[in-house]
Design a binder for this molecule. Structure first.
Ligand SMILES: [Zn+2]
Length: 415
């Protein structure tokens, strides 16, 4: 057994009933001042006040005592929306946007996701794997210990499978636990621009059944957006995915209000993500269906857009909310949930307590991992982060600096 002690605040993000936090439980941050934590192997055995350790573990001899030096400790962060498998970065598009071209103009001229697809199809698996390791290392150093990972830069059966196999290999090779998502419906590839129905059929008849049969992904996701997959195409593709046993996620209402939030609720999706232009009707339906809203404010920030997701309205409506980086080479080249929290504090007007719940317990719920991670509770994985911060309010406040001092994943020190 090992003991973690001398924490100024041990933020547990505890939630007894294992359902996503809304209302008062979202506003409240569960923590223990002068807390301590005991773990054995990869599992948490006990969490409580340091003053109780002596009586609780009177006869125990700890093989290691970790001194947090009076600093803040939180659960390992959970990033529920990332695109870490790509062949090449796209910094040129960043400067094109800043010079006045819009995201959609670049996409329609063959850039954006299709640019990444052309590069990924030519890349061998080893390049994709090494790129993945490089960026997962950055995530881990920023305190992320569990993440969702999407395919979606292949846009052909062969290259989507290749991407999902790389995610599987990364999951085995890297300390971060990855939850795989199939995102073949990310864009229409070059060869189907004038035969969109042909690509929808390829997704429904070939890719979805194959990915399901080979158990390469837990979730199926789609870019439901004006100019990409419309509502009817989205309904057909995602209904097929559901029939094949996938749980559903949506890129919804990012650039225009197209009814993505409504469709996500209608099909019982676990989450709808982005939601910058979610309608009032969509918000009400998501609240009723308990569809989690995953906000990606670093994308809005990185695209230089003015409008952010209506987080306050959604929280008030009772929608469960989470935060993610949307790490990808185009619209959000950000690996740090801490940076995302800062942007969400400023532009989504979320409180420190909401922000912490949104990158831990609620984000674990958004990828179905809340029984294993997302809070520091007996029986869960010993995933935690020691921060050079005196209290949790300093995390979103320390801007563009990384106060992580150590990261423990499954009971092992990995940073
Ligand atoms: Zn995304």
């Amino acid at each position: 057994m090992k003991l973690l002690r001398n924490c100024s605040q041990l933020v547990t993000c505890n939630n007894e009933d294992q359902t996503p936090k809304t209302g008062d439980s979202l506003k409240r941050l569960e923590m223990i001042e002068h807390g301590a934590l005991v773990f054995e192997g990869e599992t948490i055995k006990w969490v409580g006040n340091e003053s109780d350790v002596a009586t609780q573990f009177a006869d125990a001899r700890f093989e290691e005592v970790i001194n947090a030096n009076g600093m803040l400790v939180t659960p390992g962060l959970v990033d529920p929306h990332t695109h870490p498998v790509f062949a090449a970065t796209r910094e040129d598009e960043f400067y094109m946007r800043n010079a006045g071209k819009s995201y959609m103009e670049i996409a329609e001229a063959g850039g954006g996701i299709r640019n990444s697809a052309r590069r990924l199809r030519q890349a061998n698996e080893e390049v994709l794997f090494q790129n993945g390791i490089r960026f997962l290392n950055r995530m881990l150093r920023s305190g992320t210990t569990t993440a969702e990972a999407k395919s979606g830069y292949g846009l052909s059966t062969e290259s989507e499978v290749k991407s999902l196999e790389v995610i599987q290999r990364l999951n085995g090779a890297h300390p971060i636990d990855l939850v795989p998502t199939f995102l073949g419906a990310h864009e229409f590839p070059d060869e189907y621009r004038s035969d969109r129905e042909g690509y929808v059929r390829l997704l429904i008849d070939e890719m979805i059944p194959l990915v399901a049969k080979r158990k390469l992904a837990k979730y199926c996701d789609i870019f439901t957006e004006a100019g990409v997959f419309d509502i009817e195409q989205s309904r057909r593709i995602m209904s097929a995915a559901k029939q094949h046993g996938f749980e559903l996620k949506f890129h919804a209402d990012e650039l225009k209000s197209v009814g993505g939030a409504e469709l996500a609720a209608e099909l019982g999706a676990v989450s709808a993500d982005h939601l910058v232009y979610a309608s009032d009707e969509g918000i009400a339906r998501m609240a009723k269906a308990k569809t989690i809203a995953v906000f990606l404010p670093s994308t809005t920030f990185f695209l230089g857009h003015r409008d952010y997701a209506p987080a306050r309205k959604m929280i008030a409506a009772g929608v469960p909310v989470a935060l993610a980086t949307d790490f990808n080479p185009g619209s959000s080249c950000n690996t740090s949930l801490q940076a995302t929290m800062t942007i969400a504090a400023i532009y989504l007007k979320m409180t420190a307590e909401e922000l912490l719940n949104a990158v831990t317990f609620n984000s674990a719920c958004a990828i179905g991992m809340q029984k294993q991670v997302g809070s520091l509770q007996s029986g869960k994985l010993a995933d935690f982060v020691l921060w050079d911060a005196e209290n949790y309010k300093q995390l979103p406040y320390f801007f563009a600096q990384n106060p992580v001092t150590s990261v423990y994943k499954r009971g092992q020190r990995v940073v």
